[in-house]
Design a protein around this ligand. Sequence first.
Ligand code: BES
Ligand code: MN
Ligand code: ZN
Length: 511
Amino acid sequence: MKNQSILAVTGKSVEKFTGDLVVYCAGQQKNKMPLCEDFVKKIIQPAWKTGGFSGKKGEFLLAYTALTGSKRYRKMTCGRIGIVGLGETASSVDEAREQLRLAGGTVAAEAKKCKAKKVLVVLPEWLDMAVVDAAEALSEGLLLGNYCFDKYKEKKGEGEELQPVRSFMLAGAGSAAAMRRGMKSGRAAALAACRARDMANEPGNIWTPAKFADFAEKLAGRYALKCRIIEKPTMKKLGMGGLLAVNQGSDLPPKLVVLEYISDKKNPTLMLVGKGLTFDSGGISLKPAKGMEDMKYDMCGGAAVLTTMQVVGEERPGNVNVVALVPATDNMSGAAAFKPGDIITHFGGKTSEVINTDAEGRLILADALAWGIKTYAPDAVVDLATLTGAVIIGLGHHRTGLLSNNDSLAQRVSEAGERSGEPFWRLPLGPEYSKQLESKVADLKNVGGRSAGTITAAAYLQEFIGDTPWAHCDVAGTAWNFTEKSYVPKGPSGIAVRTLVTLIRQWKPLQ
Ligand code: BES
Ligand code: MN
Ligand code: ZN
């Protein structure tokens, strides 16, 4: 497992560390020497004086212990010291966490560049935040930043994709137990996000609907989770006309993947639904060729939901049940493909006129949402989908679109996102938008015109929700090409995994 670099807390003294690189942190201060441990100042000073290092975000200063001329450093077994800039003192814990995550990402990148395999990072003693939070955020940044996907390259570790660091150690003044706790939860969430990136990086000819089913079954084998795969014949019996229609043009069978974590029947149930479209050609309403290869990422919602269940399985929260659903198929244009003008019947009986076969995400999600709500009667539903190009026009690649029928759930999701460095922005719903989906021949049509494309897509889903508190996350702009950050590589970002994990860890019943 490539991205499973070792991460541990060391009790040994920094001087005795036998690895390749020891890293300290430095905070930026206005017109003053960066904030750092006193003996680190000796290294920073000449660089600071000449304008080479100020502790700014993303800055990294590399020094060789033999050249520092200081006895203290010459005593160190490790030959290299790095100083990473955190930026100016944060004004909130969320911001401080993001600074450490970014620093972790920078350390991973710089360590790769200087081919360090074993790296020790010293948590700053002057930081104004709990050790558990600091260790968690730093661990996330290190592992997310160390991510690499070179499975299909013969020559590994060349060019941009340098070989990842093999082990990261954390040290510092705080309680080792707190550090370990933070590290463990940061590690779990980050590795799940890396797993989601792996799934997304796999091409459409490899990551098929069956692979989602395999992954879920593996998780169920490893943890206290129950897996159900709903196959095509059952879908037919249940009347899942949306998922079946989208699958009609494909040679691969569709899957509805279900993973259940039941802590106690009496506990509230959170249902997660992720779009698992393993390749979106647009179908008969074919997409243009340019950029179509990116449509292998149309399964990022599904990947996020299942890898979140990996963390749920590991951590077994005691106060909430979690059910994950992934409707999975590709959207192809084979001879039997569904067509514009077709009328389909969703699970539960609502009919829909297909205007555009490229608006397929809402069709597969509608069946999953309706069936999931009927089957599990969840207390809250969160769905994730690369649903509309329109969300990129509205919010760019910096924020996930959030649409909800429940203010307190929307706020929870949004706060969990803020804490995770995955910001959201809420858009409205309302009868004016739902009206855009009125069809002359069916209950609904699957496209509501060019205006408010993200909202009308959500309004389509809303038809299948009833009164259940529900939040829809349109990750089309953030699932890949997410804001450039040290710990987010080009390509799939693993978006929303850490937000969902945070949401579950902090779960309490909705007001
Ligand atoms: N998977 C796409 C949405 C998408 C587009 C994600 C670009 C990321 C980048 C979705 O299935 C789709 O094709 N949506 C259409 C809907 C339209 C036909 C109403 C879109 O956004 O163009
Ligand atoms: Mn589409
Ligand atoms: Zn799609």
